[in-house]
Design a protein around this ligand. Structure first.
Ligand code: FE2
Length: 205
């Protein structure tokens, strides 16, 4: 298993998501922000190296078993690591541009339609005050839910499985969009890899 946690390589070029997400933002977001979460997670876990043998998702599910002295650091930096790792896969170019199959059926059953789902997700992303994430998750009853979390809090902490996530920290969009978070969210829909989201849904259910 892990010796330490490592920054996953991006599977695409920094400029692959332009114009929705610019190359400079991607370079800093992955190489500085995500890298810092990984480095700080490793630093925190030096005090409890037994956690290096666990997948980050399992550490987050059991966040209350992490020693109190490092729990906040693991919650923030481990959450940051898991959230960004998923986000890069959601953005990986080349997949389907809309949901289909079993995921589409589940979205229609939970939200009425894909458009209604997107509206709900967009509202969650837009209204998250300050820094955080918007999510489509599969909850403990295997039902789809849309909500947002603050900071780097992960759905895994509630034993939910995130299948689609959107980073709404300013570091994710400020260079290109400044304060225009709604424009960034709108552009995000044009680069979602629904093939990945469907795979994530199949694994989760
Ligand atoms: Fe981020």
């Amino acid at each position: 298993m892990n010796k330490v946690f490592e920054l996953p390589q991006l599977k695409f070029a920094f400029d692959a998501l332009e114009p929705a997400i610019d190359a400079r933002t991607m370079e800093i977001h992955h190489g500085k922000h995500h890298a810092a979460y990984v480095a700080n997670l490793n630093k925190a876990l030096e005090a409890s190296p037994e956690f290096f043998s666990m997948p980050i998702e399992d550490i987050l599910k059991g966040i209350n078993t992490v020693p109190e002295t490092i729990r906040t650091a693991v919650r923030n930096n481990g959450g940051g690591h898991a959230n960004h790792s998923l986000f890069w896969d959601v953005l990986n170019p080349g997949g389907k541009s809309a949901p289909s199959g079993a995921l589409l059926k589940a979205i229609e059953s939970a939200f009425g339609s894909t458009d209604a789902f997107m509206e709900k997700f967009t509202a969650a992303a837009t209204t998250r005050f300050g820094s955080g994430w918007a999510w489509l998750v599969l909850d403990g009853q295997k039902q789809l839910q849309v909500y947002s979390t603050a900071n780097q809090d992960s759905p895994y902490m509630d034993h939910h499985i995130p299948i689609l996530g959107l980073d709404v920290w300013e570091h994710a969009y400020y260079l290109n969009y400044q304060n225009r978070r709604p424009d960034y969210i709108k552009a995000f829909w044009s680069v979602v890899n629904w093939s990945f989201v469907e795979q994530q849904y199949e694994k989760a259910r």
